[in-house]
Every structure is written in structure tokens, then in C-alpha cells.
Design a binder for this molecule. Structure first.
Ligand code: 5GP
Ligand code: MG
Length: 194
């Protein structure tokens, strides 16, 4: 792994994620009464959350069509580029449909705001938004999600679909990336001569 020295500390357990997903789905099922629902996952971070979400929706007798779009807002690191571009657009016809947009995390809010506008422009009747995580401290765009799993502090998280340079998406829990202390050469040198 070609990344600065770090380790992962568990922040939200697999069990807590599971029960919170069921709570969100209960809310969604009560709020969205649609015969023509399309769930659009924003790849790649939402894939695991969306998979759990739709299986839970099935138990509430909601049978949406499902599609994905790939948006890119971050480079390889942990800092936002501020730009959003479409790498892959939705394929199903969403004209006149009610759309539930699903993303992993609401950070600056630029990605979700971009996605909502894009889906509206494609003729969706209504657009709902659902994010597993919310970092309100970092919001730049004026947007709130209709359904939120957890509010978290301003820290970089991985697991349950979220990555650090494409690593850690497979983790069944949500973890925080902890960077190890960097030992500067000068300090080592001082210790050697003392
Ligand atoms: P926004 O456009 O709201 O600033 O960024 C949203 C996207 O940035 C998310 O969909 C996610 O891909 C990425 N992102 C924001 N914060 C984090 C984080 O803490 N961890 C990871 N892995 N991705 C993040
Ligand atoms: Mg994302």
C-alpha cells in the first residue's frame, strides 16, 4: 500500500450500521409512496449502503428500479477538489419518475447538489436524497439530505463502501483513518548524538 503510515480505528460497528439502515428504510417507506420509484446510487462509495438499503426496502414492499451514476469529486487523497464530473450517467429512463438519490457521505455538499440538479434536468418528477453519513461542519453548498444515517465529526472515514485511495471499501464497519506520528530526521539525529 503506497500510502502514508496509518491505521484504521473502528467508529461505527457493522451491527450499528445494520440497525440504522433499517431505521432509515422505515422512514423512507413512510415518506415515499411511489409506483414509479428509481433508486440511483452515486458510485462508487454508495454500493454497500445501497445494497443493504434495497434489501431492507424489499421487506417494506417497495420495489424500485435501480441504477447508478459515477461521479468524481475527489482525487486520490483525502482533500476535496471542489469539482464534480460525470464518469457514467444513469441508463434507465427517469422521465416522470420519483428518484431517490443515494450517496455515501455529505461533505461539502457539492456532489449531491450536482447530482440533484442533473436528475431534475433529466425530468424526474420528484428527487429525494439519502446519505449514510453527514459531516455538517464541512458544508459549502446549501443542501440537506432528506434521509441521513449518522452525523459524524470532520474526520476522514473509510469502510462500508468508502475508500482511501481505493483501499478499505470492503470493511463491514466504518473506520477512521489515523495517521501515525511522523518522526522527523532531525529528531532522530539529535537523539543519536545526545
Ligand atoms: P462532497 O461533494 O459532499 O464534498 O463530497 C462527497 C464525496 O466525497 C463523497 O461521496 C465521498 O466520495 C467523498 N468523501 C467525503 N468525505 C469523505 C470521507 O471522510 N471519506 C471518504 N472515503 N470519502 C469522502
Ligand atoms: Mg461518493
Amino acid at each position: 500500500m503506497n500510502l502514508p503510515s496509518h491505521h484504521i480505528e473502528e467508529m461505527i460497528s457493522a451491527g450499528d450500521l445494520r440497525s440504522r439502515v433499517d431505521d432509515i428504510v422505515e422512514n423512507i417507506a413512510q415518506s415515499i409512496d411511489s409506483e414509479n420509484l428509481v433508486i440511483v446510487g452515486v458510485l462508487r462509495g454508495s454500493f454497500m449502503f445501497l445494497a443493504d438499503l434495497v434489501r431492507s426496502l424489499h421487506r417494506h414492499n417497495l420495489h424500485p428500479r435501480i441504477d447508478f451514476m459515477t461521479l468524481q469529486s475527489y482525487g486520490g487523497g483525502t482533500a476535496s477538489s471542489g469539482n464534480v464530473r460525470i464518469l457514467k450517467d444513469v441508463s434507465v429512463d427517469i422521465d416522470g419518475a420519483d428518484v431517490l438519490l443515494v450517496d455515501d457521505i455529505l461533505d461539502s455538499g457539492r456532489t449531491l447538489r450536482f447530482a440533484v440538479k442533473h436528475i431534475e434536468n433529466k425530468g424526474a418528477a420528484k428527487v429525494f436524497t439519502c446519505c449514510l453519513l453527514d459531516k455538517p461542519a464541512r458544508r459549502v453548498a446549501d443542501i440537506r439530505a432528506d434521509f441521513i444515517g449518522f452525523e459524524i465529526p470532520d474526520t476522514f472515514v473509510v469502510g462500508y463502501g468508502l475508500d482511501y485511495d481505493s483501499h478499505y471499501r470492503e470493511l463491514p464497519f466504518l473506520g477512521q483513518v489515523m495517521h501515525e506520528e511522523v518522526i522527523h530526521e532531525e529528531v532522530i539525529h539529535e537523539e543519536e548524538i545526545s
